[in-house]
Design a protein around this ligand. Structure first.
Ligand code: TRP
Length: 446
């Protein structure tokens, strides 16, 4: 069984070393695991909450996309997309908003911090607080639940948000799942080894502290940043304390145990800070040099990046579109045009009768196949007209079924083209069982 790993990166700012060590690098390593089904995306709707400068938003999306690819993300294996290319996400956000307790969101750290600051300053508690900031965790829950992620690797500051996604998903399951887990409840993953990198001044490396080391600046910029790392005033020859040096912490994040032991010994032996900085610079330059070249090549070809991201969005929507259809159905947003057409006419077979239900949506005509208990077996692609959809339902009942397993779902093909998709399953066994049930339901009547 594969594990679906999902994480988003907010597209404000330019990626720095802290983002690389804390999020990008571990995520890319994880995506190479054959058991991993990774969903990585640019959280550009989240970016709008914090930033009202369109130029910066656009620049940052481009830089972050180029960064992930330059660092080695394989966009064919992973699903790599922009949140804003998936219209199902804001739609799901609303469905989730309607089941999210206001009290839950009142407790969100980011919102509470803003309120505390206002109160301290003697302002209205909600001064400057937008609904975007307030609802931030619901949008994030939609990101996660849309794709039924099992694991969500994030920084510590995001743990609460993943917990909220679980709460909200659980509530939705309870209200609308009819005993079925509509949403997988995600688990948060924190990389214990890397935790958070210290910045130049020893506080957490963060754009808001202006203490970052750029990831893909020139070698000179890298060197200059390293030179600005704050150290204590011990002179060359005096023993340094590696455990109280954030320069050493930075070194640790990019080195092997042997390298760390050697560097530690040198510091204890009185290595000058200037030398120590040179060691760190060489380590980083070695780690990042090749990726930096790939990054600069990518950033000059934005049209190629656009194509890669649009392909990623199409891949993601092959899951999101039918799943949102199921969720709309679950909450009672159903078409008035649904016509019930019993698949197997034979009265004797009525017990296992499956039904095709056709309906019209903005993008065309679709049908679902429901089993006798009303559970969805298939959702079709959109057809230009009702007649085309009808022909497909006829053929599915009379021809040998051509089923293809895809990720955690399966498709039904006619003439080699997928015409309908199953819902998502959490295990391969469940998926295979559903394929079997489908064959039974559509077995030609004698
Ligand atoms: N809020 C996250 C951050 O700022 C980014 C994010 C948005 C995210 N949606 C997500 C992370 C979904 C994990 C899963 O870091």
């Amino acid at each position: 069984m594969t594990t679906r790993i999902l994480t988003g990166i907010t597209t404000t700012g330019t990626p720095h070393l802290g983002n690389y060590a804390g999020a990008i690098r571990p995520a890319i390593v994880a995506s190479r695991d054959p058991q991993a089904d990774s969903f990585y995306f640019l959280a550009d709707y989240h970016a709008l909450i914090k930033c009202d400068d369109p130029t910066r938003i656009q620049r940052s999306r481009l830089e972050i996309a180029a960064t992930w690819l330059a660092c080695g993300l394989d966009a064919d294996k992973a699903t790599f997309y922009r949140q804003s290319d998936i219209p199902e996400i804001p739609e799901l956000t609303w469905l989730l908003t309607c089941v999210s307790a206001k009290g839950l969101l009142n407790r969100a750290h980011a919102y509470k911090a803003s309120v505390d600051k206002n109160v301290e300053a003697g302002e209205d508690p909600d001064a400057g607080v937008t609904m975007g900031l307030y609802s931030y965790p619901v949008l994030m829950a939609a990101d996660i639940l849309m794709f039924n992620a099992h694991k969500v690797p994030v920084g510590r500051d995001q743990i609460q948000h993943v917990e909220m996604a679980r709460d909200i998903g659980q509530r939705f399951n309870h209200l609308f799942g009819n005993g079925k887990e509509l949403f997988t409840l995600p688990e948060v993953v924190i990389e214990e080894d890397v935790a958070t990198l210290p910045g130049l001044d020893g506080r957490k490396m963060s754009k808001s502290y202006d203490n970052t080391i750029p990831l893909f600046g020139s070698a000179k910029q890298l060197k200059d940043a390293v030179a600005r790392i704050v150290t204590d005033s011990r002179a060359p020859g005096e023993p340094k304390d590696p455990d109280n040096s954030h320069l050493f912490t930075l070194y640790q994040a990019f080195s092997t145990h042997e390298q760390q032991a050697a560097f530690r010994a040198e510091l204890l032996g009185g290595l000058a800070w200037g030398e120590a900085k040179q060691r760190l610079f060489e380590l980083l330059d070695n780690e990042l040099g090749e990726a930096r070249e790939r990054y600069h090549a990518l950033i000059t070809r934005p049209a190629d990046l656009e194509d890669i991201l649009l392909a990623g969005a199409a891949k993601a929507r092959r899951i999101a579109t039918p799943f949102l259809g199921e969720l709309r159905e679950a909450v009672g947003l159903r078409s008035f045009r649904e016509q019930v057409q019993v698949a197997s006419e034979g009265k004797k077979k009525a017990a296992k009768a499956a039904r095709f239900v056709s309906f019209r949506e903005d993008d065309g005509f679709r049908f679902r196949l429901l089993d006798a208990a009303g559970e969805q077996l298939l959702l079709s692609i959109a057809f230009a007209d009702g007649k085309a959809a009808g022909q497909v339902t006829k053929r599915l009942q009379s021809e040998a079924l051509d089923l293809h397993a895809e990720l955690n779902a399966f498709s039904v093909r006619l003439d080699g083209e997928a015409v309908a998709y199953s819902p998502e399953f959490s295990t391969d066994a469940e998926r295979d069982a559903a394929m079997h049930r489908l064959r039974e339901a559509l077995a030609p009547q004698e």
